[in-house]
Design a protein around this ligand. Structure first.
Ligand code: PMP
Length: 361
């Protein structure tokens, strides 16, 4: 089978076809190099150039200020759940966590291992259908940091603007909405994201970190778990995921050619709106998230029964719409429509939703 289907997977997720084609074309030999990117030294000049393209591409797209480090680490966003508190939650301090879904809960769990944590707000009671208003936040002005999940991939709940945290450093897990819209990086002290949704394959984790944080890191951490190791060695202390960084460099070029994150954001909003309109136009489908917290990356909705949801996901698969089953922890349907997901795939889903309702509604 060489034909591509519509891939609604939450991650690893769809990548731009032109990026895959370029990677395929240069798989056996990078132009003028005679080897694939997976076979060259991470300390070679060729890799230096690839690394530089990924680094400068991300800096340009996101408008990363000069006093921020851009790191390409491993261990996924999940390792960041631990590295963040190990580096920045001192024994005598505490950290604020705002919990808007399943990934925030996981980050909190690891934070607790390192020290005192305060749940500044949680929307668990309503089933994680929204982000809290600023008035609901019980922030500690002395907290070491405030942690948020900018887009909860499982529930499909997204912050539309940063919470107001005063002078406390704001840290974000942006795994599932990084590069989907512009972000004011300067409002954050640290941003981390696994690559496997909007940036590239799994196995690379992006960390964007303000330089002044480094002096807070305690001595005595394991070398690989200390951010200073990776800053001092420009992400090359050990062998990085060279393939992943290469694909990120191509994705950055693809995004820059498209007009950057503002253009991408407009496209993403249009795609998401098509599905949300289909949900709102009938009582058959029920959106999970409140309107003002709806994710433009992960559209989550329910059908009248679990049987119908099962039937919906399996019939969709037979029509080339793959990966629509919601996460096992919450059920329902989830359409992940990351940057590279094409608008005709969204239109195909909307058409399928209408047909399915006609037959089963
Ligand atoms: N945070 C968010 C918001 C995620 O969506 C995911 C993965 N789906 C993770 C963290 C965990 O990422 P990883 O698998 O890279 O550890």
């Amino acid at each position: 089978m060489t034909e591509r289907i519509h891939n609604f997977s939450a991650g690893p997720a769809v990548l731009p076809v032109s990026v895959l084609e370029e990677a395929q074309r240069d798989m056996l030999s990078l132009p003028g190099v005679g080897m694939s990117v997976m076979e060259i030294s991470h300390r070679s000049k060729t890799f230096d150039e690839i690394f530089e393209r990924a680094d400068s591409g991300l800096r340009k797209l996101l408008g990363v200020p000069d006093n921020y480090h851009v790191l390409f680490l491993q261990g996924g966003a999940s390792l960041q759940f631990s590295m963040v508190p190990m580096n920045f939650l001192p024994a005598e301090g505490s950290a604020d966590y705002i919990i808007t879904g399943s990934w925030g809960k996981k980050a909190l769990k690891e934070g607790k291992r390192a020290g005192a944590v305060n749940v500044a707000a949680t929307t668990a009671d309503g089933g994680f259908t929204r982000v809290p208003a600023n008035e609901e936040l019980k922030l500690d002005p002395k907290a070491s940091y405030v942690h948020v999940t900018t887009n909860e991939t499982i529930e499909g709940v997204e912050w539309k603007q940063e919470p107001e945290v005063g002078g406390v450093p704001l840290f974000a897990d942006a795994s599932s909405d990084i590069l989907s819209h512009p972000i004011p990086v300067e409002k954050y002290a640290l941003i981390y994201a696994g690559a496997q949704k909007n940036m590239g394959p799994s196995g690379v984790t992006l960390v964007i970190m303000r330089d002044d944080l480094l002096k807070r890191i305690p001595d005595g951490l394991h070398t690989m778990l200390d951010y200073r190791t990776h800053v001092d060695n420009k992400s090359l202390y050990n062998t990085p995921n060279t393939w992943g960084i290469y694909i990120i460099s191509l994705v950055c070029k693809w995004l820059l050619d498209k007009g950057g994150l503002e253009a991408m954001h407009r496209e993403n909003e249009k795609k998401a709106q098509l599905i949300y309109d289909a949900i709102d136009s009938t009582g058959f489908y029920r959106g999970h998230a409140d309107h003002d917290s709806r994710s433009i990356m992960n559209v989550t909705f329910r059908l009248p029964s679990e049987e119908l949801e099962k039937k919906f996901a399996s019939e969709a698969t037979t029509q080339g719409l793959d990966g629509l089953k919601g996460h096992r922890s919450v059920g329902g349907i989830r359409a992940s429509i990351y940057n590279a997901f094409p608008v005709d795939g969204v239109q195909a889903l909307v058409g399928f939703m209408k047909e399915f309702e006609k037959k089963n509604g």
